[in-house]
Design a protein. Structure first.
Length: 317
């Protein structure tokens, strides 16, 4: 009996979930307008075609909206490289007076604050103990001493501040005429899921064995998400062009071999054909079909595209 009851409960649950899913998106006369349509009455029908969603449905589907605005389309140079330590933020710590290490307070990988004690030393001359402190806040990346050893003149600790990092990129000879100090660079790291903007601060005067030249970018890293060794893709900004209407590239969908965006109107979301221009991968210029101030879908527009396709199948049936 318990098994039968469980099966009935699961069956009812499946029916209930299927019902909710079927009601999650309601589509009415979904037919986008295409400029080259030759079917009689097609334009009149398309003007009525909208996908109606309640606010809670929009939120549940993860649909994001933005207003179309003017924007800057960048001409970029793609480069690849990796994160390295900003050597200007690495401090070497040594003893002021020769002595014996009596206590180690920090290990490799430990975080430290400026002024925090790293070790204790007993002076050879006065036999008094004094503290070796960190001069910066950061992470201990090197420790070269153990309890009972003499400090001598060597570096005892190294502490690195990773709030900024360097990104060393490899540029081929054909691209070197395009790279300049001070250029902006957009950095992406898939491993850490980080995107950021930095600046070219160094171009090596020397080549490498693989015929590339090192181009270094300084990048803010406030949450320490980027660590040395992470592989990076970068886009060096070569120029920018202001366009009248620019939208997110991810907003564009293909319907019946036409570029469309989903525009929010009072009646719902309209799949509208647009004529596109220049793009830099993030933004794309709209030459026709969308005006500044109109609200369009930037994220998860593929959900609305699927509804259009479902409506076409139902019409064929």
């Amino acid at each position: 009996m318990r098994i039968l009851t469980l099966i009935k409960t699961l069956f009812v649950g499946i029916i209930f979930c299927s019902t909710l899913l079927s009601l999650s998106i309601v589509s009415l006369s979904i037919s986008p307008t295409f400029a080259d349509s030759n079917e009689p009455g097609q334009e009149e029908e398309a003007e009525e075609g909208h996908i109606k969603l309640a606010p809670e449905q929009i939120k549940f589907a993860g649909i994001k909206l933005e207003e179309a605005t003017s924007g800057n389309i960048r001409e970029v140079l793609p480069l690849y490289g990796q994160v390295v330590t900003n050597q200007q933020n690495v401090h070497s710590v040594s003893a002021r007076f020769a002595g014996v290490i009596t206590k180690i307070s920090k290990q490799i990988g430990d975080s430290v604050r400026q002024g925090e004690v790293l070790a204790m030393v007993e002076s050879n001359d006065s036999l008094k103990s004094y503290a070796i402190k960190s001069s910066i806040s950061g992470v201990v990346i090197e420790r070269n001493v153990n309890v009972g050893e003499q400090t001598s003149d060597k570096t005892l600790f190294k502490v690195a501040d990773f709030s900024t990092v360097w990104v060393d990129l490899a540029a081929f000879p054909k691209d070197m005429t395009k790279v300049r100090l001070g250029q902006q660079a957009r950095i992406r790291c898939s491993a850490a899921d980080v995107t950021g903007d930095g600046q070219v601060i160094y171009i090596s005067p020397l080549g490498s064995d693989n015929q590339t030249t090192k181009v270094r970018v300084l990048l803010e890293n406030p949450e320490n998400l980027l660590v040395p060794g992470h592989f990076i893709t970068a886009e060096i900004s070569l120029s920018e062009t202001t366009v009248v209407v620019a939208i997110r590239s991810e907003a564009v969908q293909m319907l019946k071999e036409h570029n469309v965006v989903f525009v929010q109107e009072e009646e719902g979301f309209e799949p509208r054909e647009v004529t596109l221009g220049r793009t830099d991968g993030e933004l794309i210029e709209v030459l026709a079909g969308l005006k500044v101030g109109e609200t369009y879908v930037t994220k998860n527009s593929f959900i609305l595209k699927a509804e259009v396709g479902k409506g076409d199948i139902e019409d064929d049936d």
